[in-house]
Design a binder for this molecule. Structure first.
Ligand code: WTA
Length: 634
């Protein structure tokens, strides 16, 4: 296989785009020909958005790991598949060729089978950013087990919720992880989580830190023990194109995170296609995405997209500011990185340390830059373009979601025009529309609307695990016949899209999604709390931050202590990543007569803009607003 799915000019993009809309089946089947199938499809696409039921490449048989590993062995067996850079720059980095990675994946696949894991079983993975995480993901896919990676910053309660929802049989974890100067326990969190999980039969523990940890007999096994007698070949399970590949939990506007389901065939085709096009990867390039594999970006653009394309992908264990704020730039020079993908929040946090760190590295190898996860503000875009890309490298701002599986709207390498703060153009096969409140398509330029998608693409969400109705209600019921993204957007006169941000009750903190209800539920577990309302407000580094308005049962003497307890509840229920930055105690929340919280008002207060709160006369108790404004934490 060569990297031959690439568009080579903006003209060609326009042609391909037109074809993809006029004849989606012809367009995608031609692309799908480039992959390794054990059997080709009977039909390219069958769908309706009412149920929803979406089937791509129905009847086809494949295994995604044969595409990511086996088929590269002949021509790329000695090519680097993975470069792992440790947290501590003084430690040695590790490199795997495609052959080595293939062998390690096969060996671990056999270990999973020996421990009783079969096709269709769910396996949770709660790991540091080490190569074994990638190996575990691919080993699951190889034997047809459904992986559910849980970001290693989530609390025991969040882990057990996910394990129970998926009824997982196994967890793969580590003793702990390195994050900058800190070491964080993982196995201890798993032990706590497993007290409330009955489906788990075994736990595999990777020895990352050499810690002496407690191991439960007949349940917990060391990674190095389970692999040591296993063979380095393992036949790949035959999967239907529409068999589940993985579940990834994400937050929405309801209290409980939902398990987004992706399937084998369409996800494979779309992640590889978008990887090759957005990043314009060339055979000898080194590509690096700084995301964590606990999130969708890591799934699609550290593991699957690059490896299916035969690329060399870099995986970094640490954080951008350790041992200093030049770490990213040092890694780029050290490994000769050509394509670099990071999040706006990382750029903004590094900007705060000044230019010296970035200016002391050459960054000559870079050919293109990309950003993902949240809107990139103009200042951050310019800093990235000027100081990192040295005005030579295009910046592709890519918009997409856990539910979309792959990049939807983005710049395309150096082919497409760039405009700061605009994500760019829809990828071929993607038909975005902007709708007004009534669901009419907006055709005028520079008008804001609800961003929806009109037709399926190969890696669209298929269902929410164990609850298909939830998938329908969340994504397909707002506007009949459209996939609803939850984002607002604008389109300029040239057809470029600018993403404004979420229009539902989702807050995006440093590129991590949280539902307001999810955080409120966590706050409300505190015995002193009667109720709470959480909103997002703009934050200079994190993009958005969390502001909580909390009604207490009785006013406690020590407000600081109570705030501390509220923070503890959030840490226990979700994790440190969801801690509210501001907590304001209020005697009541602004509610309508029907009991609905008027978040619009709270958002304005949190934003520090109380000049025009709109009409408050419909509130049950308008006086509450005055009190909230008077005590606002601005
Ligand atoms: C936001 C991350 C603006 C958006 C891949 C979306 C963005 C949510 C961008 C999905 C971008 C992602 N510009 N906003 N380039 N990329 N978002 O599921 O609100 O973690 O709905 O997927 O992040 O977050 P998720």
């Amino acid at each position: 296989m060569s990297i031959n799915l690439q568009i080579k000019s903006f003209e060609e993009y326009k042609e391909k785009y037109a074809k993809s809309v006029a004849d989606p089946e012809g367009f995608w089947s031609e692309i799908a020909e480039d992959f390794l199938w054990q059997k080709k499809w009977d039909s390219v696409l069958e769908w309706n958005f009412d149920e929803p039921k979406i089937e791509w490449f129905k009847g086809a048989k494949l295994n995604i790991t044969e595409n990511a590993l086996d088929r590269h062995l002949a021509e790329r067996g000695d090519k680097l598949a993975l470069i792992w850079e440790p947290n501590d720059p003084k430690e040695q980095f590790v490199r795997y060729t495609y052959r080595e990675l293939y062998e390690r994946v096969c060996q671990f696949s056999n270990a999973l089978k020996t421990k009783g894991i079969k096709k269709g079983d769910r396996v949770c993975i709660y790991m540091p950013m080490v190569p074994e995480l990638t190996i575990a993901v691919l080993a699951c896919a190889r034997i047809g087990a459904i992986h559910s990676v849980i970001f290693a910053g989530f609390s025991a309660t969040a882990v057990s919720d996910r394990v129970n929802d998926a009824q997982a049989k196994m967890i793969i974890t580590a003793d702990g992880l390195n994050r900058g100067a800190k070491q964080i326990p993982l196995k201890r969190v798993i032990d706590e989580a497993l007290a409330t999980c009955s489906s788990i039969e075994s736990v595999i523990v990777y020895d990352c830190l050499g810690w002496d940890i407690s191991m439960t007999e007949n349940r917990d096994y060391w990674w190095h023990d389970v692999v040591k007698d296993e063979a380095k070949i393992c036949s790949a399970e035959v999967m239907d194109a529409e068999d589940m590949l993985f579940i990834l939990y994400t937050s929405g506007s309801t209290g409980k995170p939902k398990g987004v389901v992706h399937t084998c065939g369409g996800y494979m085709v779309y992640t590889a296609y978008t990887f090759q096009n957005v990043f314009q990867y060339q055979e000898s390039d080194i590509y690096w995405c700084t995301a964590d594999i606990g999130w969708i970006t890591g799934h699609s653009y550290i593991v699957y997209g690059p490896l299916i394309s035969g690329a060399t992908t870099v995986m970094f264990e640490g954080i951008p500011t350790y041992p200093d704020a030049g770490r990213f730039w040092q890694i780029i020079d050290k490994h000769g990185v050509n394509q670099f993908l990071t999040a706006p929040t990382a750029i903004r946090s590094l900007m705060a340390y000044g230019e010296d760190h970035v200016l002391s590295y050459s960054l000559d190898s870079l050919k293109m830059l990309s950003s993902v996860g949240e809107p990139i503000n103009e200042e951050a875009w310019k800093w990235y373009y000027l100081h990192v890309g040295k005005e030579r490298c295009p910046v592709a701002d890519s918009w997409w979601q856990t539910e979309t599986g792959g990049i939807m709207i983005s710049g395309i390498g150096n082919l497409s025009p760039m405009k700061p703060t605009f994500a760019g153009y829809p990828m071929p096969g993607i038909q975005p529309v902007l709708l007004d409140q009534e669901g009419n398509e907006i055709t005028a330029a520079n008008v804001e609307g609800y961003l929806c998608i009109k037709a399926p693409w190969p890696s669209i969400i298929r269902t929410t695990y164990g609850d298909h109705e939830r998938c329908r209600i969340n994504y397909f019921s707002h506007y009949k016949g459209y996939y609803f993204t939850g984002d607002g957007a604008k389109r300029d006169e040239n057809g470029m899209y600018r993403i404004i941000g979420r229009i539902d009750d989702v807050i995006n903190v440093s590129g991590h999604r949280f539902g307001t209800a999810e955080i409120e539920n966590a706050i409300n577990t505190n015995k002193n709390v009667i109720e709470s309302a959480v909103v997002g407000y703009p934050h200079p580094v994190k993009g958005q931050s969390i502001y909580a308005f909390v009604v207490l049962d009785k006013v406690t003497e020590d407000a600081l202590m109570t705030k501390g307890e509220i923070v503890e509840s959030v840490v226990a229920e979700i994790g440190k990543i969801a801690i509210p930055e501001k907590i304001q105690f209020v005697t009541g929340l602004p509610k309508t007569r029907s009991g609905k919280i008027m978040r619009r008002i709270l958002r304005k207060v949190a934003e520090g803009d109380v000049s025009n709160l709109g009409d408050t006369s419909t509130l049950l108790d308008p006086a509450v607003v005055e009190e909230i404004v008077a005590n606002a934490l601005i």
